[in-house]
Design a binder for this molecule. Structure first.
Ligand code: ARG
Ligand code: GLU
Length: 716
């Protein structure tokens, strides 16, 4: 049936709906036959679900009302969803503040508690009582108390004859005033975010918890099973979860860490379903997606996939070639470069997949066709004078922008992502600039630079870095001089620190005599003085036009299904459990099983080893209450939910509001959903909650955690 998923939901929907003249509010159910494909895709604002979204969800199988999901007067699902450390999502799963998120989201906390004696990364960690739960400095979870549309107030006093900068400053003034005047409790905060490219503004009242303790994590051979080889792909067999607990003060209010704090009693926590999912089941993913760009013109998609991505992929591939090989030659290097390598490889692989998806789905041609529809609508509605120049302007702007955008990004790849000697020089340059600008910055700038140096040297290997330099530098400049590695102080922390001895003048003199600094300084100066300013000017022009395009789309095709781009705010995305076909004659079932973990098992391998205890449980089929109706343990499953980075750790919620899974990734070809959601091949990947329960209970023996959850059987 998925074979009929032949089109491109958003754009065709826009096209189809634009043919109607009446507004499509909740009447989707009346139109028959119902096309479920057109009801998926989009990351929706939880306070605005009544109407179209509620109806679409019901058509997809949901039994939830909009108010079950978001309510200001009563507890609702949203009260269980927390923004985890600003970058991931987490959810509360017990009345004692127990929190679930991904293993890769808790990775640095797990790592920071690890040592050679207590290698929690390798062996996992389980607190067997409250006293054993480990505090994490700096870690926070933020909840949304309330969302208010303040668009009207934001636009007060804005007139057509204002410049872009004047408009922006008036809007900032207005939104600051809105934040000041909003009614809230003393311990709550506010923030304002722009939606639809600045066509709407919403104010969020938030609550931030700072005493978050580590409760449990599986070993990496479960939580990171398959590593980079399996990253972004299906079939997947990763148990990518970890558990934390929110502590509050005696009045159940947010508070800084104190040993007197107690487990938080939440307004709502998610019941956990033991009945699992089947193909076609409704799923809702609730979380904090970071950034998407769904309304790009064709010319932008072309630029990204034909120029921008390939140049970044090439630099990262050149770096990884060295890093991967060297990591295999030495354990010390492997450990030092583990998380750096994972960071570089994650987006290297993502960009390749994004390009595959854009090509496979013919996205550029389809967007051109859509632009023809838009242009036609402008003509029909007499909007040509107002908006007719947008698409030609995009073409002009992107032809100006493309080379500077690539140059700037390549600089970032070389100087901030892949090569560490260049990164040290970059930070040194920033220090020199700060001191030159104002000598009173000296101590602060020096301390911050020393902090950077120490951070880099903690996980630094000169031979790796030099090989990376040799491999990637030719992709940025024709001026390559690897002899700097033998001459510079920066390859040794001690020598670097010596170079930083003395007065500001002495340090700057020393710095400018250093071979690596002498080499890098003109390149960095070029970035600051030419590349970045040129980029900023052109990028601002594109952003302004993109905002106008958004307005024009909504005016020319007012009945379409517009969802705002992700902006790290709380969103709902709904869909169904479905497999997909990545290539001709290949079809991926939506569910993977423990059997697949065992199939992938490679004894001793750093990606595919399987702990003995897990193999024993598999052999004995000791699955407790967690097997599905075929007597197998499900591990991961696929859905059509439209997710992106930041949705990691988001709950997958069933038709009744119970937890069935934990979002952690997308399929390779589907990563293009950041600019082109296509229900035919865009799939998010979730850990089946029964695998989480099975690992916690049977593998880790942390029964106390199972006992505090509310396990339910919605299908019985
Ligand atoms: N691809 C997922 C995400 O974007 C998981 C990344 C963590 N795993 C890894 N092998 N790097 O965050
Ligand atoms: N792994 C991603 C994250 O950390 C989510 C995957 C995606 O980009 O969809 O948020």
């Amino acid at each position: 049936m998925m074979k009929n998923f032949k089109f491109y939901a958003l754009l065709l929907t826009i096209f189809l709906l634009s043919c109607k003249t009446t507004k499509i509010t909740p009447s989707v159910a009346e139109s028959s036959p119902i096309d479920l494909k057109t009801m998926q895709g989009g990351m929706w604002i939880p306070s605005l679900l009544e109407g179209m979204n509620e109806t679409e969800m019901i058509n997809l199988g949901s039994k939830l009302t909009a108010k079950d999901i978001y309510d200001v007067n009563h507890s609702s699902l949203k009260d269980a969803i927390g923004h985890f450390n600003g970058g991931c999502t987490s959810e509360i799963i017990s009345n004692q503040g127990l929190v679930l998120t991904n293993h890769h989201c808790g990775f640095s906390q797990i790592q920071s508690h690890s040592s050679l004696e207590n290698d929690y990364l390798k062996d996992g960690f389980w607190a067997m009582n409250l006293e054993d739960e480990l505090p994490n400095e700096g870690l926070f979870i933020e909840f949304i108390v309330r969302i208010e549309d303040i668009t009207k107030q934001a636009f007060m006093g804005i007139t057509d004859n204002m410049t872009e900068a004047q408009k922006q400053s008036q809007i900032t003034k207005n939104t600051n005033a809105a934040q000041k005047s909003i009614v809230k409790e003393a311990w709550q905060d506010t923030k304002v975010k722009a939606f639809y490219k600045g066509n709407q503004y919403f104010l969020f009242v938030t609550e931030l918890f700072e005493d978050i303790r580590l409760v449990g994590a599986p070993p990496s051979s479960i939580g990171k099973f398959g590593n980079d080889t399996d990253n972004w792909v299906f079939p997947r067999h990763t148990g990518d979860f970890s558990m934390f607990r929110i502590y509050a003060d005696k009045n159940n209010k947010p508070a800084a860490y104190s040993k007197d704090n107690v487990p938080y009693t939440p307004k709502h926590y998610l019941p956990v379903s033991l009945d699992g999912i089947e193909e076609g089941d409704f799923t809702l993913v609730f979380g904090f997606p970071g950034r998407t760009n769904e309304y790009l013109p064709a010319v932008a998609i072309e630029h990204i996939t034909k120029q921008f991505n390939p140049s970044n992929i090439a630099i990262r591939a050149a770096a990884l070639k060295v890093i991967d090989a060297k990591m295999k030659t030495s354990d010390a290097i492997r450990i030092k470069y583990a998380s750096k390598q994972a960071r570089i490889a994650n987006y290297w692989k993502k960009w390749i997949g994004e390009n595959l998806g854009i090509e496979k789905s013919n996205a550029v041609a389809k967007r051109r066709a859509f632009e023809a529809t838009f242009t036609k609508a402008l003509k029909e509605k007499g909007l040509e004078n107002k908006y007719g120049n947008i698409l030609p302007q995009f073409k002009q702007l992107y032809s100006d922008f493309s080379s500077i955008n690539i140059k700037r990004r390549n600089f970032i790849e070389v100087f901030l992502v892949n090569n560490e000697l260049m990164q040290m020089c970059f930070r040194a340059y920033q220090m020199e600039q700060a001191i030159t600008k104002n000598p009173s910055n000296f101590e602060k700038a020096k301390t911050s630079f020393i902090g950077r140096l120490k951070g880099i040297h903690k996980n630094y290997d000169v031979s790796v870095d030099k090989s990376v330099f040799n491999n990637i530098m030719p992709l940025y400049t024709s001026n390559i001089d690897a002899s700097i590695y033998n001459l510079t102080a920066f390859t040794s922390l001690d020598k670097s620190l010596k170079l930083l001895d003395g007065t500001a003048d002495q340090i700057i003199r020393n710095l400018n005599q250093d071979a690596a600094y002498k080499y890098a300084k003109p390149l960095i100066a070029e970035f600051y003085n030419k590349i970045n300013p040129a980029y900023q000017t052109k990028n601002n022009a594109i952003n302004t036009l993109q905002a106008k395009y958004m307005t024009a789309l909504m005016e020319a095709l007012p009945n379409a299904r517009y969802f705002p781009d992700a902006n790290s705010t709380l969103r709902v995305t709904y869909g169904q459990v479905h497999g997909y076909s990545p290539r001709d004659a290949v079809y991926y079932n939506p569910v993977s099983y423990l059997d697949g973990v065992i199939e992938k098992y490679v004894p001793g391998d750093y990606e595919f080893d399987v702990p003995k205890k897990l193999r024993d449980l598999y052999k004995a089929k000791d699955y407790g209450q967690y097997a599905d109706k075929n007597g197998k343990i499900p591990v991961c499953f696929l859905g059509t939910n439209h997710t992106t980075g930041g949705n990691s750790g988001s709950p997958a919620i069933d038709a009744y509001g119970n937890l069935v899974g934990l979002n952690f990734d997308r399929v390779w070809e589907g990563t293009m959903s950041d600019m082109n959601y296509d229900p035919e091949i865009c799939r998010n990947i979730m850990v089946d909650i029964r695998y989480v329960l099975f690992i916690v209970d049977k593998y880790a023996g942390a029964k106390r955690l199972i006992d505090e959850m509310t396990l339910v059987h919605p299908k019985k």
